[in-house]
Ligand binder design. Structure first.
Ligand SMILES: Cc1cc2nc3c(=O)[nH]c(=O)nc-3n(C[C@H](O)[C@H](O)[C@H](O)COP(=O)(O)OP(=O)(O)OC[C@H]3O[C@@H](n4cnc5c(N)ncnc54)[C@H](O)[C@@H]3O)c2cc1C
Length: 490
């Protein structure tokens, strides 16, 4: 268990600048369509519409590839207000856009020839893939295809997560490097300024991103180490780590509910880091993490010796009360989803939060519940009502048994105005989908139902569907930009 709450921790976190979602939504098409706008500034002999379309696909596809480096969930400025799961969902969808554009790019060039003379069209296409001066483009295309298809099949490939991440980064660099070389060496528009300048600037920006991710962050993990103070077994395969800054390391300025990327011992390198929610209040020095054994890194968590050097990179995320204010709060945790919920609850108790709080905490079996005495104490300190829900029964279980269904959610909301209540929900995917949909049906505004998933698998909730529609709208904007380029430049 972490130590007592004091007022000596940092309570007024200065967060890095985080772009509002609307700004990100405007910046994205601006950056991706910029090469088309710049291309139109040059007086190039007007090519045929198919050639313009092909060139435009290449220009936009390459820009989308470059932007992927900042939608990887590691930049709080980009993902801070959107949430890492949304940013990762966007990253996955736009990877397919880039791949589609880059695949269609050579085909579009030969369409007119193909229509006039299929054999000649095929010959031209084969030449694109065989001629030495197109080789960097072919390498880029192959690397991107491997990257995107390999990522989609990651679970089936059974690669260790770290191996997959290393390969992912290398393929991404090869794809972008090859693409930039191809554009600058053979691109009709890219070989000339100002488009060539745009590619050099974008390439330098990506080099800067890599230097921050794997240079600066790596150095920080070593120059500002943390130390494991204790590891406590909370339940079967569930551990709580108390981690304190080592001498000279500044305290972490975070908000309850945020998460950090953690590494340990000699493996303090960003490639080996794992995300964990902070199950703690910023009013306490240090941080606590509640971790469930889920694979090769977390399976070793219980064996870490006190004193082990820990790398902490953060904070990240928007799963906080400060980011979503309401007159009442509904906290919902499923399984290890209790981690950020305990952080928020501990913070509420430490600060004397005085609005109504409802907590619904569900677990597979009575033995899997954690922090129950602390939750009971919080009930006496806050205006709080708790529902403990075990999926399976047990003779001495005093909570309820079953699933967090509509009837139970109606009971949880009794006495609250759903339109002015904020729900913060963290748990397994199916639970997040079912509960968030029901809360919206019960009158909670979509923007007040906030959830965090512990993996990047895409959900099917109403909020997920709305999110995907918004992403597709952005894709539509790119298509309109491309059509405009063909129409104006032809
Ligand atoms: C924002 C966020 C907060 C999280 N908070 C907690 C928490 O408080 N407590 C907790 O127990 N778990 C939490 N997780 C999940 C935790 O990060 C994974 O369980 C852990 O990384 C698994 O690593 P492994 O090597 O033990 O297992 P593996 O077998 O390597 O991985 C199991 C699955 O975990 C995911 N995963 C593995 N490594 C990473 C990584 N570096 N980055 C992202 N996903 C990864 C992958 O989907 C993978 O398939 C959180 C995840 C996210 C995204």
């Amino acid at each position: 268990m972490p130590g007592p709450h004091t007022s000596s921790g940092s309570v007024d976190p200065r967060q890095p600048p985080r772009l509002p979602a609307a700004v990100v939504a405007v910046l994205y098409p601006v950056v991706c369509l910029a090469p088309l706008g710049l291309a139109m500034m040059r007086d190039v002999a007007p090519p045929a519409p198919w050639e313009l379309f092909a060139a435009g696909l290449g220009l936009v596809g390459l820009a989308v590839m470059a932007v992927q480096f900042v939608t990887s969930g590691r930049f709080e400025t980009v993902s801070g207000r959107l949430g890492i799961d949304r940013v990762m969902a966007f990253h996955k969808m736009t990877a397919w856009w880039a791949l589609l554009a880059v695949i269609l790019h050579p085909f579009a060039y030969v369409v007119p020839t193909w229509l006039a003379d299929p054999a000649h069209g095929q010959e031209r296409l084969a030449a694109y893939f065989a001629l030495p001066h197109y080789r960097s483009g072919v390498i880029a295309l192959a690397a991107l295809a491997l990257l995107v298809v390999g990522s989609a099949l990651r679970a089936r490939l059974r690669l260790r997560y770290e191996v997959w991440r290393a390969v992912h980064v290398i393929l991404a660099l090869v794809a972008l490097g090859g693409g930039l070389h191809h554009a600058l060496s053979v691109g009709r528009f890219s070989a000339l300024a100002p488009v060539s300048i745009y590619w050099w600037v974008l390439g330098a920006a990506v080099a800067g991103v890599m230097a921050i991710l794997y240079g600066l962050r790596w150095a920080r993990l070593h120059m500002r180490p943390w130390k494991l103070a204790s590891v406590t077994r909370l339940a079967d395969r569930l551990w709580e780590l108390d981690i304190q800054p080592a001498a000279g390391t500044p305290p972490l300025r975070y908000r309850a509910g945020q998460f950090v990327w953690m590494t340990e011992g000699g493996r303090r390198f960003p490639l080996f880091d794992h995300p964990f929610s902070i199950a703690d209040s910023p009013t306490r020095p240090g941080i606590s993490l509640i971790i469930k054994e889920a694979g090769d890194f977390t399976d070793r968590i219980g064996t870490l010796a006190p004193g082990t050097a820990i790398g902490i990179d953060g904070p990240f995320g928007h799963f906080t009360l400060q980011a979503h204010r309401g007159q009442a709060v509904l906290l919902i945790a499923g399984g290890v989803g209790i981690a950020p919920i305990m952080g928020i609850l501990r913070d509420m108790a430490a600060r004397g939060y005085d609005n109504p709080v409802r907590l619904a905490y569900a677990a597979g079996a009575p033995d899997n519940f954690v922090c129950l005495p602390e939750i009971a104490t919080a009930e006496t300190q806050l205006d709080m009502r708790t529902l403990l829900l075990s999926e399976t029964p047990a003779p001495d279980w005093r909570g309820e048994t079953g699933l967090l269904d509509r009837a139970r959610l109606v009971t949880m909301l009794e006495g609250l105005d759903p339109a002015r209540t904020v729900a913060l929900l963290c748990g397994p995917g199916p639970m997040v989908t079912a509960v968030s949909d029901t809360l919206i049906e019960l009158g909670m505004p979509m923007d007040r139902v906030i959830y965090e998933r512990f993996d990047y698998s895409e959900g099917a909730s109403r909020l997920d569907r709305r999110m995907r529609r918004r992403f597709l709208t952005l894709g539509g904007v790119l298509l309109i930009g491309l059509a405009g380029f063909v129409a104006v430049a032809a």
